[in-house]
Design a protein around this ligand. Structure first.
Ligand SMILES: Cc1cc2nc3c(=O)[nH]c(=O)nc-3n(C[C@H](O)[C@H](O)[C@H](O)COP(=O)(O)OP(=O)(O)OC[C@H]3O[C@@H](n4cnc5c(N)ncnc54)[C@H](O)[C@@H]3O)c2cc1C
Length: 250
């Protein structure tokens, strides 16, 4: 017909209640699990569309997160985004880009944790010259640099119009897990002082923890990377035997 009727709810929505437009994936074709989802643009204020209270989150408390509710919301046909049944691909593409963003967030907060750790350690030469402090700072800086390069590579591939699914998942996986190690090291350097307000180490630790969850957990990133590797292995298997051997044996 000339409209779709939307029913359901979705939790953990960033900028819920703030966004000027919402991109909603909903099932429109019941008997087709692969192509059954379509994407719609839903606007605030529409009848039947409501927003839950702001969540009291562990971390990333500077961003607003709510549940969304849809009760017989009438969506005009013109608000279907692209073709019906293409929603899964559209949402995956948006999430792949989002992973670069979460990875960059993890790099940024780890960098902030490193910088305050350096400032704290170098106030006291004897403390800064301790090997335990030096090794911590060196490892923190090295891991941050590695994560930054992975994220920059994923962003570059996207900018170039090249496939970037594996690069985005690798960058997000490594950067988010790295930010947990680096912020934990910042607490080791500050020790008790780092567990007290207003020192922001606790905030960085809580923020880092959630970068491992948003836009897909670490387990999900590993599944995606492994699937991409399997596709590469299938391509290798198409090569003639001697070439395959030289690829697999180095
Ligand atoms: C700060 C924040 C903002 C968010 N913003 C949004 C948003 O704007 N829009 C939105 O739609 N969502 C948003 N989310 C939701 C987020 O995408 C999900 O929380 C995340 O993808 C994990 O899903 P889940 O919480 O349902 O965990 P579940 O899927 O229930 O997973 C539970 C556990 O099982 C593991 N697991 C699940 N499946 C597998 C598997 N196949 N193999 C192995 N392990 C598995 C997971 O890794 C996890 O450890 C946000 C979340 C956070 C924390």
């Amino acid at each position: 017909g000339d409209r779709h009727i939307l029913n359901g709810a979705k939790r953990f929505i960033t900028n819920g209640g703030i966004a000027g437009v919402y991109m909603i994936g909903a099932k429109t074709i019941d008997d087709d699990p692969a192509r059954g989802i379509s994407t719609f643009l839903v606007e605030p204020g529409w009848k039947g569309f409501s927003v839950g209270k702001a969540e009291d989150k562990l971390g990333l408390r500077g961003s607003h997160t709510t549940e969304l509710f849809f009760d017989d919301v009438a969506i005009p046909a013109g608000n279907l985004l692209g073709e019906e049944g293409r929603g899964f691909e559209q949402i995956m593409l948006a999430i792949e880009s989002g992973r670069i963003g979460i990875g960059a967030m993890a790099v940024g907060l780890a960098q902030a944790a490193l910088e305050i750790s350096m400032a704290y350690a170098y106030r006291d030469r004897a403390f800064a010259n301790r090997q335990a402090t030096q090794w911590r700072l060196a490892d923190m800086a090295t891991e941050i640099e590695a994560a930054r390069l992975l994220i920059q590579k994923a962003a570059w591939q996207k900018d170039q119009g090249r496939p970037f699914r594996k690069a985005a998942s690798m960058g997000k996986l490594f950067a988010s897990e790295m930010s947990n190690r680096v912020t934990a090291s910042a607490l080791d350097i500050f020790s008790a002082e780092g567990g007290m307000e207003p020192v922001p180490v606790g905030r960085y630790i809580r923020d880092a923890r959630l970068t491992e969850i948003g836009e897909g957990t670490s387990e999900v990133q590993r599944i995606i990377i492994a699937k991409e590797l399997m596709k590469e292995a299938d391509k290798m298997a198409e090569l003639p035997g001697d070439r395959l051997l030289s690829v697999t044996m180095g």
